[in-house]
Design a protein around this ligand. Structure first.
Ligand code: XBP
Ligand code: MG
Length: 256
């Protein structure tokens, strides 16, 4: 049975709530490698390649498979990757504390509007849970009913698992929700979970394939700073508001 009403919004974090990868996660990985005495350095281009794999631990393993296979031959390779990831998270949290990573345009505005109108809010992310609470101010974090993050599920995006976990926790069908993503992997995950999805672009995902998205936008827009449309339509609006989300949701449900 397809839900008629839009009841919940489910947000990805990295690249969607904030553009965290190039200037956030990436330097944190590099700081952890340097601290461990490893000569690994993930420059912007290499990091863009490694972002094909979600999850920091999985991404380091992917890097080793391609560029440092001997590291994986060590008997304690798994523990060393876990330790590197814990160090990276520590560096990332420190970086977030400086306020260096702002939230994307329109995020605070839409979260407040949606919550104020009684919609339920959730997060479905591949990143480590403490990275979410460190990124969002407490008053925004309080708006989210459920946070699905990191190792909550074994299979990270593009698998649908984290979105399915959030839907189960909220006891909602996907047809009552909209998802917000920034990447190919993220959109694959949300669509596989049956969620109509809005894409806002991030530094590394501009040329990704977003087939199946309701709309692909520069960002959610702010008054006086219109959202730029890559695909789909804002139905005459200059920014994404609750009214537009309800139009998109009705269209999505009608077409499904
Ligand atoms: C993005 C990811 C994460 C971050 C790094 O998650 O794939 O792995 O790149 O964070 P999403 P961790 O777009 O789903 O928010 O090192 O904590 O994994
Ligand atoms: Mg993302």
């Amino acid at each position: 049975m397809l839900a008629a009403m839009l009841e919940a919004l489910i947000f990805d974090v990295d690249g969607t709530l904030a553009d965290t990868e190039r200037d956030g996660h990436r330097p944190a990985f590099n700081a952890a490698f340097a601290e461990a005495g490893l000569d690994w350095h993930w420059d912007e281009a290499l990091y863009g390649e490694l972002l094909a794999v979600t999850g920091g631990k999985e991404r380091m393993r992917f890097y080793c498979e391609r560029y440092a296979p001997a590291f994986l031959e060590q008997p304690d390779a798994d523990q060393r990757i876990k330790a590197l990831h814990a160090a990276k998270t520590r560096h990332y949290l420190k970086l977030l504390e400086t306020g260096a990573i702002p939230l994307q345009p329109g995020v605070v505005r839409l979260l407040r509007e949606a919550h104020g109108a009684g919609l339920r809010l959730a997060i479905a992310t591949t990143t480590t849970p403490e990275n979410v609470t460190a990124l969002l101010p407490a008053e925004l974090m309080a708006l989210f009913e459920i946070v699905g993050a990191g190792d909550t599920v074994a299979n990270k995006k593009p698998a649908p698992d984290i979105y399915q976990w959030v839907l189960r926790e909220m006891d909602l069908p996907p047809s009552a929700c909209l998802a917000f993503e920034d990447s190919y992997n993220g959109l694959k995950a949300s669509l596989a979970a049956g969620l109509p999805t809005v894409v806002t672009l991030s530094e590394y995902t501009r040329d990704h394939d977003f087939l199946g998205a309701l709309a692909v936008l520069s960002d959610l827009g702010e008054p006086g700073r219109p959202s730029k449309v890559q695909s789909g339509t804002l139905h005459g609006k200059a920014l994404v508001d609750l009214d537009l989300l309800k139009i998109w949701h009705r269209e999505a449900i009608r077409e499904s």
